[in-house]
Design a protein around this ligand. Structure first.
Ligand code: AMP
Length: 248
């Protein structure tokens, strides 16, 4: 179900490309963002309609959504899952002219597709032949500069969107972490949350390093909570399917 306002989902290219070809932002991981929104509301003892959340699904594929009073207001993936964050093998946002430059260098659409979807992101930048966050974190800790750069770029992009989304929806009650990295990689979460102090989100390092979700990883004084919330896309799909097949 599409809840993004037009001004968030449209690209600033002539309208006919939307009307004729459906070129606009669709967003992905909707099931996961929906699941963690409901689960976080339950965790906080509130209704989703009472909350402003920024949900971060961080895995091999990653996206962040601004969820205002239970509805997605904006999200980082676009026409395809290539947009937004730096991911395991995807580049995320780029100046579109990078693609034009690659075309002018003689690459075909399929070659560029493979480069940006399968050979970029942590894999492309990290220089260790792996797009797996565990390898990036380990090599970064060993002082491998390219792995450090990949991790810094990954966190930089996430902080950029979290800050922007907080501004767009007028602050946030909680920033929620889910997905393989969001649920398990405490160094990766620390990289992000330690940069969110100006939003009033203060990392509880001990909690972040030792707890497993559902749980807080922010200090009790934190104005904006940081929470780990395991996702369960399969359960959500089952629930949604049940609702459809039992609807009159
Ligand atoms: P996903 O696509 O949600 O399965 O997430 C895959 C990503 O999660 C990979 O980058 C993994 O390195 C990361 N990940 C999975 N399990 C762990 C773990 N126990 N500790 C750190 N990172 C993990």
């Amino acid at each position: 179900q599409q809840t993004m306002p037009d001004f968030a989902s449209h690209y600033a290219i002539p309208n006919e490309y939307y009307e004729k070809y459906g070129i606009r932002k669709y967003g992905f991981h909707g099931t996961s963002h929906h699941f963690v929104t409901l689960a976080t509301a339950e965790f906080l003892g509130k209704k989703p309609e009472e909350l402003k959340l920024i949900t971060c699904h961080l895995g091999n594929g990653s996206s962040i959504a601004a969820v205002k009073y239970g509805k997605v207001y904006d999200t980082t993936m676009g026409l395809t899952p290539l947009a937004g964050l730096v991911m395991g093998t995807r580049c995320g946002n780029l100046d579109p002219a990078v693609v034009l430059t690659l075309v002018r260098l003689g690459m075909t659409a399929d070659e560029i597709d493979t480069l940006l979807n399968k050979q970029s992101g942590l894999l492309g930048v990290g220089g260790i032949n792996s797009g797996d966050m565990r390898d990036i974190v380990n090599n970064s800790a060993k002082g491998i500069k390219s792995a450090q750069l990949a991790l810094d770029m990954w966190a930089h992009r996430a902080v950029l969107f979290i800050g922007g989304y907080a501004a767009l929806i007028g602050g946030a009650d909680a920033i929620v972490f889910t997905g393989g990295i969001g649920e398990n990689s405490f160094p990766a979460r620390e990289k992000i949350v330690s940069q969110l102090g100006s939003l009033g989100c203060i990392l509880d390092k001990e909690a972040n390093n030792t707890r497993r979700g559902p749980c807080y990883i922010s200090t009790p004084e934190s104005k904006v909570a940081a929470i780990i919330m395991p996702t369960d896309e399969e359960l959500m799909i089952a629930k949604e399917t049940f609702a459809v097949v039992t609807a009159k």
